[in-house]
Design a protein around this ligand. Structure first.
Ligand code: CP
Length: 323
């Protein structure tokens, strides 16, 4: 990348809190940058010194495999110092609050804080209080912007034009931040979005998204290009939303029989972690002809490099600690 290209601003805001506030231009620029980082990730020499001198802190109050490790790898590949805060062994276990924990870390002068928290709005609250960049790595059932961006990069590399696509987002939409971020992103980019879920797992305000809604999976999958399955988020459920796991799989689990209703050549996505035999059958999840699940993980590192790069450009523009 030329020095001039590396200085081009990408994001208007200093933080990445959600997809809802991003423009089509910002999303496209992040995806274009993501493509460049896919190429870097596939090269023998995977490192760039772009974030040399910057400090990135991962602060995860909820479990994560993909998001935390890919942000760590993304930061390290860009030459930043990356610190993973272990919340379980931190003073949070002694009762320290989110804001006290975050302001303590902020006093160590990080450039970028990546936060995952069980409460919707947590990342936005920190962005208002701290003077570093804040990235939302998932807040309650609100948004998970880098997941939607990596999903979009995965789709765009396979299908090119969002305008010609119908995407079915299936399963536990009610509790899913992945669903919300993907609804915003895919709709902005011109794709037709369907929500396919039992009534109990649709958000009360589903109609406000302006997407098609199906409460029969076979009907909802008819003719779609992409089937995006969601994890059943039992940790966010406070009642009985489904009769049983076995019943859920029978009616809502993606197997070859239900997938056959989608367009021939339809592709299957899942953000992970998967509940095999609950929302997806292993025969579909592990079929490399249709499943993009491992590709999504690769795109996760690239898109998170793009996000860190974009935020660092914003810091440089403000004259803050230019590396
Ligand atoms: N998709 C996703 O956010 O996965 P993790 O919970 O493993 O980060």
């Amino acid at each position: 990348m030329s020095p001039a290209a590396a200085a081009t601003p990408i994001l208007k805001a200093s933080h990445l809190l959600g997809i809802e506030g991003l423009s089509v231009g910002e999303i496209t620029a992040l995806l274009d940058l993501g493509d460049e980082y896919v190429a870097l990730g596939r090269a023998k020499e995977k490192k760039s010194p772009l974030l040399k001198g910057r400090t990135v802190i991962n602060l995860f109050f909820e479990a994560s495999t993909r998001t935390q490790s890919s942000f760590e790898l993304a930061g390290k590949r860009l030459g930043a110092d990356v610190m993973n805060m272990s919340v379980r062994t931190s003073s949070v276990s002694k009762g320290e609050t989110l804001i006290d924990t975050a302001t303590t870390l902020n006093a160590m002068r990080p450039d970028i804080l990546i936060v995952r928290h069980q409460d919707s709005g947590a990342a936005e609250m920190l962005a208002r209080k701290l003077d570093c960049c804040v990235v939302n790595a998932g807040d309650g059932s609100h948004e998970h912007p880098t997941q939607a961006l990596l999903d979009a990069l995965t789709i765009r590399r396979r299908r090119r034009s969002f305008e010609e696509l119908t995407v079915a987002i299936c399963g536990d939409v009610a509790h899913s931040r992945v669903a919300r971020s993907n609804i915003h992103l895919l709709s902005k980019m011109g794709a037709r979005v369907r929500l396919v879920a039992p009534r109990t797992l649709l958000p009360a305000d589903a109609a406000r998204f302006g997407v098609e809604i199906f409460t029969d999976m076979r009907e909802g999958l008819k003719g779609v290009d992409i089937v995006m399955m969601l994890r059943l988020q039992t940790e966010r459920m406070t009642g009985a939303f489904i009769p049983s796991m076995r019943e859920y799989f029978r009616f809502w689990g993606l197997d070859r029989e239900k997938l056959a209703y989608a367009k021939p050549g339809a592709l299957v996505m899942h953000p992970g972690p998967m509940n095999r035999g609950v929302e997806i059958d292993s025969a579909v999840a592990d079929d490399i002809e249709v499943s993009l699940i491992h590709e999504q993980v690769e795109m996760g590192v690239a898109i998170r490099m793009a996000v860190l790069d974009a935020l660092s450009r914003g810091l440089a523009q403000q004259g803050r600690n230019t590396p």
